[in-house]
Design a protein around this ligand. Structure first.
Ligand code: NAD
Length: 414
């Protein structure tokens, strides 16, 4: 395929704009040739940044599909509920596809998509599993494959969501309600399951899970708290770590998804949208913590924990092998060998050069690099395995949720 790859953005929110920004950084590789978004401000932001003519700017994704613009690839970077239909439509038009995770909201829909991808197997479908493309997680894979710690026997892995991220995304935001979005374990941890499958190169043969929503509910709402943080009595609001005033206005955190990030814009947002609501008065119903035990072929076990109540993010991993162990804190990897009793520390920031050139530890642009690499390599035989690996992570996540709902019952067992 000739460069630059011509790409249409379906969904110009945070993810769509992030992938589109790759084209600004590397105009010789990717060119954004169209955008669709039902939010005028979002689509205009992309149209302006990429100098698009009015005929290449649409509202609903279906308008872009109907227009059938000349392009090589499209993104599906819309909310979870708007993935399956547009993904099928993009493939039917014969384009390559960058599809955000989760690929669909139900396992049966993932299977339906898989059928289409297998039918169109000369089209690349790359799912937004950005961790695979970070220096840090690639190093873990490299260390495991090198057998520096012998054969992996088990893994302990923590996904610390972070208390502010939990309040922002999983109470007030897009992913708080499983009916509107998806179960949190799929949303947050299909990335982690993708890592386990990739690191181990084995199939998962058993899943069991427990978890619940313990804190972000009406029972924990302080007496006298208002519906909205900006209207809450100061004595209550000042004592609340989840106060929207504290997070968005004072710390100026979590503004990244919004087009208008100004103080005035954020204050209006807090007055008018769910982002200003008391965390104990939202319609959230997803869990705030969940543990998943996984068994892989060969008896390898993984103990995975997703936890909202952490001070900050950064996955922590401990990998136990027959000849040593790897301890990862999201930035450094400590490798301890039993044979010569050595300890070495590898630092991803020193390795990658600081600062990394995109969010998710460089994974967002890493994924775009991979898309360009695959499409210019001209070997469609490599496309399907990339999708199938993502499918496996979703299979595990849906099984974990089914197990949690069935009080920890064993799932996926052969
Ligand atoms: N890979 C990752 O690490 C990662 C991280 C965050 C989010 N995500 C996933 O990416 C997807 C998008 O998330 P986001 O954070 O960008 O959300 P967002 O709300 O910022 O953006 C979604 C955009 O889609 C637009 N949209 C909604 N319905 C549409 C329609 N019918 N036609 C056209 N546009 C429409 C919205 O107006 C919005 O601008 C979600 O599925 C999310 O789960 C992935």
């Amino acid at each position: 395929m000739q460069l630059p790859i011509r790409m249409v953005i379906l969904g110009a929110g945070d993810r769509g704009r992030t992938y589109a920004s790759y084209a600004l950084a590397y105009p010789d590789r990717v060119k954004v040739v169209g955008v669709a978004d039902i939010n005028p401000a979002a689509r205009e932001a992309v149209a302006k940044a990429h100098n698009l003519p009015p005929e290449a700017v649409w509202g609903d994704w279906s308008e872009a599909i109907a227009a059938n613009p000349e392009c090589d690839a499209m993104t599906v970077t819309m909310p979870d509920a708007v993935h399956l239909e547009p993904a099928l439509a993009v493939l039917d038009l014969g384009h390559h596809l960058l599809l955000e995770k989760p690929m669909a909201r139900a396992w049966k829909d993932c299977a339906k998509l898989a059928e289409k991808v297998r039918e169109k197997k000369d089209r690349l479908v790359i799912v937004g599993h950005v961790l695979r493309y970070t220096v840090y997680f690639r190093k873990i894979k490299e260390l495991i494959d090198s057998k520096v710690i012998g054969d992996v026997v088990s893994i302990r892995h923590l996904e610390p969501v972070g208390y502010m991220h939990a309040a922002h995304s999983f109470c007030r935001g897009n992913w708080g309600n499983a009916e509107r979005a998806t179960p949190m374990i799929l949303q947050k941890c299909c990335h982690d399951f993708d890592q386990f499958v990739w690191w181990l190169g084995r199939k998962c043969t058993g899943v069991s899970s427990f978890g619940s929503l313990t804190h972000f509910n009406a029972a924990h709402r302080p007496a006298g708290a208002a519906e909205r943080c900006l209207e809450c009595p100061a004595a209550i609001e000042r004592a609340c770590p989840y106060s929207a005033r504290k997070i968005y206005l004072e710390r100026q955190d979590y503004r990244y998804p919004f087009v208008d990030k100004s103080d005035e814009g954020m204050e209006k947002l807090l007055r008018e949208t769910d982002y200003g609501r008391c965390v104990y008065a939202c319609d959230n119903d997803v869990v705030d913590h969940q543990i998943v035990n996984l068994r892989f072929e060969g008896g390898i076990t993984v103990a995975h924990q997703m936890e909202s109540y952490t001070y900050c993010g950064g996955r922590e991993t401990r990998i136990f092998g027959t000849r040593g162990e790897i301890i990862g804190n999201g930035r450094t990897l400590t490798i301890r060998r039993f044979d010569n009793r050595t300890t070495t520390v590898w630092d991803s920031v020193l390795e990658a050069g600081s600062p990394v050139n995109s969010s998710h530890g460089g994974g967002d642009f890493g994924l775009m690099d991979e898309l360009v690499r695959q499409l210019t390599a001209g070997d469609p035989a490599g496309y399907l395995p990339i999708f199938e690996a993502s499918l496996e992570s979703h299979r595990i996540a849906f099984a974990a949720e089914a197990s949690r709902r069935a009080n920890g019952a064993l799932m996926l067992a052969d």
